[in-house]
Design a protein around this ligand. Sequence first.
Ligand SMILES: C[S@@+](CC[C@H](N)C(=O)[O-])C[C@H]1O[C@@H](n2cnc3c(N)ncnc32)[C@H](O)[C@@H]1O
Length: 316
Amino acid sequence: MAAPVRSSAVASPRNRLRTWADEARVLAALLRGQPRHGSLAERLDAFYRPQAGQYDRFRERLLHGRRELIARLQVPAGGHLVELGAGTGRNLLFFVELDRAEPDRAEQGRDEQGRDEQGRDELGRDELGRDELGAGEGSRAETGQGGERLAAMGRIDLVDLCPALLAEARRRTAGMANVRVIEADACTYRPDTPVDCVYFAYALTMIPDWRGAIDNALAMLRPGGQLGVVDFYVSAADPPAGLVRHDRFTRWFWPRWFAHDGVHPGPGPLAWLRECLPVHELQEHRAPVPYLPGLRVPYYLFVGRKPQSSRISGGI
Ligand SMILES: C[S@@+](CC[C@H](N)C(=O)[O-])C[C@H]1O[C@@H](n2cnc3c(N)ncnc32)[C@H](O)[C@@H]1O
């Protein structure tokens, strides 16, 4: 049966204008690209600050597979979860969505403004812009309407180098006592005790020392813990047997298309992940990109377990 459409379904001209203005702001930031000078933190902040408020909405159409990654993460009750390169903390909302009894509901029954029956948009925000995590009293995470997995975790660290995006993450998670929003480098941040699960969502391609970031994630992970990654990539010209081989155009085009914004898809991170974590699940996909009709960017989803006896030393 078709889901009911709310009577406020027709977007007002003012809302349409606001949506276009938001979109234009993000596009302008993408066209300007990431500055070439300054520290990594300064470059990230200069790139993201003008689009921080609109970041999530645009990335819903660009950063595919994040919900599927979150669905695969297993954090025990009382456990410790870390996202490295967490941005606005948007990925925590996927836990809330996945907790709901009707998992497809978030995609169904939306009106023209993308709002569901309760008037929430695709980021779970109500008409006043409050989302389901940090709205405090009455938020889903607190009322048990989704959010049970998050509420059961002992500690969640959202780590990023970009102050403008972290401000959004702080606002979003203000009602959650077990969440820490931490301004730090993914290559060096180290919690004081081993953690159960670490993940990167579209962060490794923006981290120049991606190998250092992976090594650091593995070092903070307890033996048997999970490392999850979803990200853009292109294959090597001659990838290992069983992996997808991208054609010459794909291998040429995507690294050049994204480089302007400081995003560098290549074969390296996936190869290193496979080598470090022989026990893993890997999926290779392609997905559409806004404003590039007919083209599909490759991305992978990787979830591995740190071996029980590991030569990767934690140092914690
Ligand atoms: C494409 S965004 C993805 C954000 C978030 N994971 C998501 O799925 O929406 C990449 C993020 O990586 C962060 N980042 C880049 N280099 C970093 C580093 N060395 N340490 C921590 N975060 C970093 C950026 O600031 C940005 O928030």
